[in-house]
Design a protein around this ligand. Sequence first.
Ligand code: CA
Length: 381
Amino acid sequence: MKIESVTAHPLRTELETPFAFSQGWVRARCATLVEIRTNDGLVGWGEAFCQGLEAPEISATIIRDCFAWMITGQSPLDTERLWFEMYNRSRDFGRKGSVMAAISAIDTALWDIAGKAYGRPVWQLLGGAFRREVEPYATGFYRVTGQGEAARLVEEAQMHRERGFRFMKVKIGFGVEDDIEVMNAIHAAMEGSGITLMVDANHAYGRAEAVYLGEAMADMGLRWFEEPVVPEDLESYAHLRGRLPMAIAGGENEHGLYGFNALFRSGAVDIAQPDIGSCGGITGMRHIMALAQASGIEVNPHVWGSSVAQAASLQVIAALPDAHHALFARQPILEYDQSAHPFRNDLTTRPMTMKEGRVAIPDAPGLGIEVRRDTVEAYRI
Ligand code: CA
């Protein structure tokens, strides 16, 4: 079996209501998909993580101009070998960002093909499922005007609770005092209802502000404080981890086994959040899972992509060992973005759904999805 074609599909749809996270206003949802075909007629799909402020054409161009020709004609089952070939041959201009996102997309599509070739879900190829379902957490709480939205965000929390979520992640990073007002309001409204909160600053702060904010939230029982400072500032990460009571999480903007090795060796995080679409794909995730296990660090994947990335993320969550083994070991929770996103509901024939507060992990071959070509064509740039 040989790789016959590698096609990038950059997708874009304008949002009716733009929303903000701490780094800017998101006016469109985008996705970069890759479709790989073999000479046997198998098709694999992968996705490059497209950040809210990133143009999907960037990874698409890298897939097309940098890697498509490199892997065409090779065996799609050589996932590890092709990962290193792509990584090594792009090292001098890659290693991070969109180049790694392009590698991630291709690698995920190769694993999808491998699963279809062997007739097994990806989690089986990874060594088996530690779990066949996962509890999702609501990611949302984006801003529509900017600051001063505490009352509206409390209403959003109540909506997530009514829909059956027990975990919620609140976007912060809109000024320390505004964040504290929002978190005090949501925490007070949710108190006593069995809801666990997390916060995500999207690296809005420096060390001093992050300490001040973290101390103000010390008694909220937060499961984690995500990306308090910029991803490059590993020293501040380590400082916060020693100083604040809650777990420090990060890694959605880190890449590959080398990047995560540096993150772990610097003592930066309690919880690593690799994104399947930028950490190096399934192969990258496998490397990071082993590194994390050896470092005593919990892996809780980040996912903000389309239903392709969600499906791939579910496969690795199934195969993720407990970080700290115990009879009642804490389980990973699934990031379930609650913002408007047509690439979630209409892109695959079996979009991810929550039933009774849980998301089932499919056992169909590969990623367990069929991509709808009509949706790809409708939104393709
Ligand atoms: Ca985040």
